[in-house]
Design a protein around this ligand. Structure first.
Ligand code: GLU
Length: 412
């Protein structure tokens, strides 16, 4: 798949025009402030040396330390990481978090690497970027292909140079200063957004509202579990191989249990096996893409039956598909709002680390809910007042805040 940052660029350019941002400021917001590409040699298990490429792209630091995940994926190339870094800038601004935006990546297939190789790769990556990160500079976190264990290795590698510094990384294991509720935070945030939208659009938070979820990784599986707890009917889910459909609603606790025991979606006998291509066309009120980028395109959007799309993944809807769906009356909640729960609880983790004081999970979830509700309401207010799409409203709010910070700092 060809990945470009054109999606976020088009949405950005539309916002710049609508907000009348002066050319110089727009140019400063358009460009990443700092980009670092590193070569990562490691000793492979078979004895040879593998050399990988890693990136840390610091898109904008006007509002605070750079913040964003590190992705281990074959498609984590420079253009893609740049695009994801800019999304982090607008996301942290939209959520009013005191951060800028960044993203990291290593071009690799983590499924093909052993734990030993992944650990070496992670340590080498941090040793090569440690001079530009830190609790008040840039704070990495998990993304696709990385998890709490990876973050523990990152914190340790950073600490070898700078001393013990838990606030240097978020999404860590709880035992190392990670936050309660961080693992489920992105999926939980997706469903909190959905609950707010439900009030607005008048659909009910119960079995009458059906959901199809594409992707059953960290984000998709937690979104499914929390949606199930809230009472929604999850009629279809999928992973990289295939999907499963049950018009009466899937038993999500049983499915997660089955997967935790080493099972797969394919081997779960509680519904009809469908292909990934078919998933988008199932009869569901809500479609939640929670897998990779560009999964809803101009070529497959005709199949979509759902009238609402909640972007749990980062840029899953291509710009032309976005425009077309909007003109057909499909409501799309953009990634920078829909999946903001992860970075929001990362912010809580960072503050807990700095204060050396642990919050309980009830507090985490309730503060998350408040932040998501406030962000949703600000976007909703603009949507209603100016007759905009949720995407345009969210981008305009985020970008305006960053532009204001640039001006207040007196850069230009
Ligand atoms: N990778 C997540 C995102 O795309 C979380 C970033 C973070 O916690 O800093 O928002």
């Amino acid at each position: 798949m060809i990945l470009t940052n054109s999606g976020s660029n088009i949405f950005f350019e539309n916002a710049v025009r609508a907000l009348n941002i002066p050319d110089g400021t727009a140019e400063l917001l358009r460009r990443p402030w700092r980009e670092l590409t590193v070569s990562l040699p490691i000793r492979m298990d078979h004895g040879g040396v593998g050399v990988f490429t890693g990136y840390r792209i610091q898109h904008n630091g006007a509002r605070g330390p750079y913040k964003g995940g590190v992705r281990y994926h074959p498609n984590a190339n420079k253009k893609e990481v740049e695009s994801l870094a800019s999304l982090m800038t607008w996301k942290t601004a939209l959520l009013n978090l005191p951060f800028g935006g960044a993203k990291g990546g290593i071009e690799c297939d983590p499924l093909q690497l052993s734990e030993n190789e992944l650990k070496q790769l992670t340590r080498r990556y941090i040793m090569n970027i440690e001079h530009i990160i830190g609790p008040q500079r840039d704070i990495p976190a998990p993304d696709m292909g990385t998890n709490a264990k990876t973050m523990g290795w990152m914190m340790d590698a950073y600490g070898q140079v700078h001393g013990y510094e838990p606030a240097s990384v978020t999404g860590k294991p709880i035992e190392l200063g990670g936050s309660l509720g961080r693992e489920s935070a992105t999926g939980r945030g997706v469903i909190y957004v959905l609950n707010e939208l439900a009030k607005e659009m008048g659909f009910s938070v119960n079995k009458d509202t059906s959901i199809a979820i594409q992707g059953f990784g960290n984000v998709g599986s937690w979104a499914a579990q929390i949606a199930y707890q809230e009472g929604y009917s999850i009629v279809a889910v999928s992973d990289i191989d295939c999907g499963i459909y049950n018009s009466n609603g899937l038993d999500i606790p049983r499915l997660t249990n089955h997967i935790a025991k080493g099972g797969t979606i394919k081997s779960f006998e509680d519904g009809e096996t469908i292909s990934n291509a078919e998933l988008i066309g199932v009869d569901a009120t809500i479609f939640i893409p929670a897998a990779i980028e560009n999964t809803i395109t101009i070529d497959n959007l005709d199949k979509l039956k759902s009238k609402v799309v909640i972007e749990a993944a980062n840029h899953p809807v291509t710009p032309d598909a976005d425009q077309e769906l909007h003109s057909r009356g499909v409501t799309i909640i953009p990634d920078i709002l829909a999946n903001s729960g992860g970075v929001t609880v990362s912010y809580f983790e960072w503050t807990q680390n700095i204060q050396q004081f642990q919050w309980d999970e009830i507090r985490i979830n309730s503060e998350l809910k408040t932040r998501i509700k406030n962000a949703f309401e600000s976007v909703q207010g603009k949507v209603a007042k100016e007759n905009l799409s949720y995407r345009d409203a969210a981008f305009q709010i985020g970008i305006a805040k960053v532009a204001e910070a640039v001006e207040l700092r007196g850069f230009i």
